[in-house]
Design a protein around this ligand. Structure first.
Ligand SMILES: [Zn+2]
Ligand SMILES: [Zn+2]
Ligand SMILES: [Zn+2]
Length: 208
């Protein structure tokens, strides 16, 4: 059984109650930190420069996060997306604490010449060979491709000649009453949204 607690005190109280009962045992589930994505960041700004630029140009944000040192300890650049030779800008993904997340999402973040809005970043990698989540097609263990359009195996969606549209993700999930007449990459696929929701529940967004 999973019980969600609002704050640390509640967790402590509950843990004491549970652990004094002989038949029960408790374990605290630590949620992961949220991630934020900053788009259109000048590629020239490396990891160190970017954080300095943010610190220098966003006094209000830094103050509300307890000063520069406190801010820096709560923000970690995880990776960058894009940035091929012809690109001038990249997207940067940061891991932050729930406090910093709230403060960053409240306002535009000033950089050197422009300002940007950060957005929540949730990675939901989907394989376009088997349409499962959590890996890309180059790491797929399936030998035969599955069609993202009709859900049949033996061809991919580019070579689909069927008139049927059947989402293989939903067909596999087999949820009662779930509509499956959409493609497997549909951004509104109910099974995909369910997985996304589960991921979001495992992240510590703090008190809203
Ligand atoms: Zn796969
Ligand atoms: Zn097909
Ligand atoms: Zn679906």
């Amino acid at each position: 059984m999973i019980i969600e607690c609002i704050d640390k005190k509640d967790i402590e109280k509950l843990t004491t109650v549970i652990n004094t009962t002989k038949q029960l045992q408790s374990k605290e589930i630590i949620k992961g930190n949220p991630r934020l994505i900053f788009n259109n960041i000048d590629k020239q700004l490396n990891k160190t420069n970017l954080i300095e630029v943010i610190c220098n140009n966003n006094r209000e944000l830094i103050n509300s996060c307890g000063g520069i040192d406190s801010f820096k300890s709560q923000v970690k650049e995880k990776f960058r997306l894009g940035g091929r030779e012809k690109d001038r800008s990249v997207s940067v993904v940061f891991e932050v604490t729930s406090t910093v997340r709230k403060e960053i999402l409240k306002r535009r973040i000033n950089l050197e010449w422009e300002s940007v809005y950060a957005k929540d970043y949730i990675s939901l990698m989907q394989c376009f060979k088997c349409y499962r989540f959590g890996h890309k097609s180059d790491k797929c263990k399936e030998n035969i491709p599955i069609c993202g359009q009709c859900g049949q195996s033996g061809h991919d969606f580019k070579n689909c000649k069927s008139n049927d549209i059947k989402c293989i993700v939903c067909a596999r999930a087999n949820i009662k009453g779930c509509k499956i007449n959409h493609v497997a990459r549909d951004t509104k696929c109910p099974s995909m949204l369910k997985i996304k929701d589960k991921i979001m529940k495992s992240i510590d967004y703090g008190q809203c």
